[in-house]
Design a protein around this ligand. Structure first.
Ligand code: ATP
Ligand code: MG
Length: 567
């Protein structure tokens, strides 16, 4: 197998057999031996932000294809716009792709590696009469470009001679002109029905420090020009991009056709529908604003749709890959409900997370007839379907904590948990009956008193098989420890926040920090360990704010999809 996907961790990639239109193209190409059996794809992020869940779809698609067809997937930074690009973004992108479980092997590339070649190719285009230096301003060029219904106009500089064009272009490179004074344009047709073919700009003067090439260049190639050439230089077979590039494909093909004597590879551009996910935003501009305006605590805030954010939230690489597989790839734009992503996480954490108990909003419960000095061991399985994972001891004593919401002084219809006179089972322990409610001077419930039935201990042979409907979790007050828990929820309360004033749709309840009671062994939990807190959801130990002996738990997802019903 090619190196592109050797990941030795548990995070191993299975081969996918799901079919989609891109796989059909690849299989047909292989059948007719179009590329000699090669499948070479690339993921081409611009290092101007952190990767988000939409990028993950593209990563899984490109690396996944290479994996499944024993090909190669390159990671290429499309770094032609130095103004907004930084090394911090490069580093985070490398880290996120690796974390998702993919390996580019030796195929890490940067468009900036090709700056010399790209420049050389432009001189070639000038020599072929296929490019010219235009001295109109960018605004004038825009005005002359025409519209969907009106053809464009030729620039007065369009017929400059090759010699004059070469001279001007070289002097552009040497820095003789101010930013914006000239541009290099491809000479195609101002009358083309496709606006992208109306003599697109391919080079501009821009005095920006580049994070890799420093101040070597003061002219930078445009994306459309750079992208197809980078693909060709890297021998890409299938250049997969999102639908908005469909209208750019003729330009992609035009450029490579002009250069066919210089680069023989002409990859096939294939477009697919980008991921649109409800209750979140994926615009890099908005994500940056959320961070800069401190509406979230950073790019890796656990509510962000960034991969660093999802990771802190408790998303596993497997759950994200499962999501990408489940939503599939198509040509048709559609919305995916956030619940689909959350379900993938539930499914993955259900099999991998050990069970523990945490009491999030504690209420003291005293078992009146339980001897003061008695302590008993109760046993709780670490995973209900995996006896091989063992069990742990939950010590029971006279005073315990239960969840406040597991008691109702005046129970509503259908409420089967504790209420005055009612019985419930304390999980892994006894059946208790509420006999008294003690309030403080302001009328707030301070503690409740119960009696227990000593013949009903769970798991004891001969224990009375007496069934009660309610089954609640608890922790002994003597052994429970305090722990910080962050209850995260969706960042937006509107399914399509991007289409409106998104700040008005921020969910005011997306983060609540509480001090809860946890099993004492959890004090030693390590960053990125996952747990299911019984009845309370899936949690991960925060990888950033956890200190030794002071774990911070992030709620990854609730146990069931209760969006809209949550408090
Ligand atoms: P921009 O180009 O506006 O900065 P972008 O989201 O396209 O933003 P890139 O860094 O260019 O960011 O994206 C890298 C790759 O990820 C591209 O091939 C792009 O098509 C793909 N991609 C970006 N967003 C999505 C999405 N929502 N769904 C699927 N693929 C996406
Ligand atoms: Mg892009």
């Amino acid at each position: 197998m090619k190196d592109s996907l050797k990941n030795k961790s548990t995070n191993k990639l299975p081969v996918s057999h799901a079919s989609n239109f891109i796989r059909n193209i690849v299989e047909e190409d292989n059948r007719i031996n179009r590329w000699g059996g090669r499948v070479e794809t690339r993921f081409p992020p611009e290092p101007n932000g952190y990767l988000h869940i939409g990028h993950a779809k593209s990563i899984c698609l490109n690396f996944g294809l290479a994996h499944d067809y024993k090909g190669i997937c390159h990671l290429r930074f499309d770094d032609t716009n130095p103004e907004k690009e930084t090394q911090e973004y490069v580093d985070s992108i490398l880290d996120s792709v690796k974390w998702l479980g993919f390996d580019w092997g030796e195929h890490l590339h940067y468009s900036s590696d090709y700056f010399d070649k790209l420049y050389e190719f432009s001189e070639y285009l000038i020599n072929q009469g296929k490019a010219y230096v235009d001295s109109l301003t960018i605004e004038e060029i825009r005005e002359q470009r025409g519209t969907l219904t009106k053809v464009g106009h030729n620039s007065p500089y369009r017929e400059r001679s090759v010699t004059e064009n070469l001279d001007l272009f070289r002097r552009m490179k040497l820095g003789e002109f101010a930013d914006g004074r000239h541009v290099l344009r491809a000479k195609i047709s101002m009358a083309s029905p496709n606006i992208n073919l109306r003599d697109p700009v391919i080079y501009r003067i821009r005095r920006n420090h580049h994070h890799r090439t420093g101040d070597k260049w003061c002219i930078y190639p445009m994306y459309d020009y750079t992208h197809c050439i980078s693909d060709a230089l890297e021998n890409i077979t299938h250049s997969i991009c999102t639908l908005e590039f469909e209208d750019h494909r003729p330009l992609y093909d035009w450029i490579l056709t002009q250069l066919k004597t210089l680069v023989s590879c002409h990859p096939q551009q294939i477009e697919f529908a980008r991921l649109k996910l409800t209750y979140t935003v994926m615009s890099k501009r908005i994500l940056l604003e959320l961070v800069e305006n401190k509406l979230v605590a950073g790019w890796d805030d656990p509510r962000m749709p960034t991969l660093v954010g999802l990771r802190r939230r408790g998303y596993t690489p497997e759950s994200i890959r499962m999501f990408a597989e489940r939503i599939g790839v198509s040509k048709a734009d559609s919305w995916i409900d956030m619940g689909v992503l959350e379900d993938c996480l539930r499914e993955n954490l259900n099999v991998r997370a050990q069970r523990r108990i945490a009491v999030l909003r504690p209420l003291k419960l005293i078992i009146d007839n339980y001897p003061d000095s008695l302590e008993e061991e109760c046993f709780a399985p670490n995973h209900p379907q995996k006896p091989e994972w063992g069990r742990r001891i939950l010590p029971l004593s006279k005073t315990i904590y239960i969840e406040r919401e597991d008691f109702m002084e005046e129970p509503v219809k259908g409420y089967y948990r504790l209420a005055p006179g009612a019985e419930v089972r304390l999980r892994y322990a006894y059946i208790v009956k509420c006999v008294n409610v003690v309030k403080n001077s302001s009328g707030k419930i301070k503690e409740i008193h119960c009696t227990y039935d000593p013949d009903t201990k769970s798991g004891t042979s001969g224990a009375k098989i007496r069934k009660v409907k309610g089954n609640i979790h608890w922790l002994s007050s003597k052994y429970a420890q305090k722990g910080e828990i962050r209850l995260y929820d969706r960042l937006f309360s509107h399914p399509h926040p991007e289409s409106r004033d998104y700040t008005a749709h921020l969910n005011p309840h997306s983060k609540k920090t509480i001090s809860a009671f946890i099993e004492s062994s959890l004090k030693k939990a390590q960053p990125e360990e996952y747990f299911q807190f019984e009845r309370n959801g899936y949690f991960v130990i925060d990888r950033k704010d956890t200190k030794p002996g002071r774990p911070v738990f992030n709620r990854a997802v609730t146990l069931k999809d209760s969006w809209g019903k949550r408090k």
